[in-house]
Design a protein around this ligand. Structure first.
Ligand SMILES: [Zn+2]
Length: 201
């Protein structure tokens, strides 16, 4: 931590970006980025440094960061294009909150059992569909419910016939029916029709 403090304080007055103890937006962005990646006491460290996100060596100097990125435009903040990528010139831009939200739509972090991963990473890990995790997350489900296995398909029909591959028919809309029961229902329908026809004669 001494090293970090030294690096931070050593650059405090570069280019007049730290006047009267108040940094410009660009300086604050640089400083915050380094804190998130290098300071384990920073509240955001777990989803940055704690996940292996780091800052390229070039940007240990504020002046180089400023030269690469330019001044932070009004209404924008520092954004990583790939949220699993590092802070480096090729992966950073100044972006509005809306631009960042669009970029992050599929890059939501979920912390479960001490592990913080994106939805795509959780999907790979649990075998759950990306959409299933996303839907549960947006519903506000607790993480243990989000990661619950998807509903297992029924093994038997309501009449107790085994719904194996041979006895399962797929109907329009994707729902599965028991062939035995389906045939029985059709046969019963035919019998009823015959009975009605017989009466009409
Ligand atoms: Zn059945």
């Amino acid at each position: 931590m001494i090293g970090l403090e030294h690096r931070l304080s050593g650059s405090k007055y570069v280019h007049g970006h730290m006047r009267n103890g108040v940094g410009t937006k660009t300086y604050v962005a640089w400083h915050g980025m380094r804190r998130r990646c290098f300071d384990p006491n920073n509240p955001k460290y777990p989803v940055y440094g704690g996940r292996g996100i780091t800052v390229c060596d070039r940007w240990s100097e504020f002046s180089v960061f400023l030269a690469d990125m330019g001044e932070c435009p009004n209404g924008k903040t520092l954004d990583r294009i790939d949220v699993n990528g590092n802070y480096e010139p090729s992966n950073c831009r100044w972006a509005t909150p809306e631009e960042q939200q669009n970029n992050r739509r599929d890059n939501v972090f979920i912390t479960h059992l001490g592990e913080t991963l994106t939805i795509a990473q959780w999907s790979r890990k649990t075998g759950l569909a990306h959409e299933t995790i996303r839907r549960r997350f947006l519903r506000g489900a607790p993480t243990d419910q989000i990661m619950e296995p998807a509903h297992k398909p029924k093994t038997h029909c309501p009449h107790g016939h085994v719904l194996d591959e041979a006895n399962t028919a797929l109907k329009k809309g994707g729902y599965r029916v028991c062939r035995i029961c389906h045939r029985a229902a059709n046969a019963a329908l035919k019998l009823r029709r015959k009975a009605i026809e017989a009466k009409d004669k």
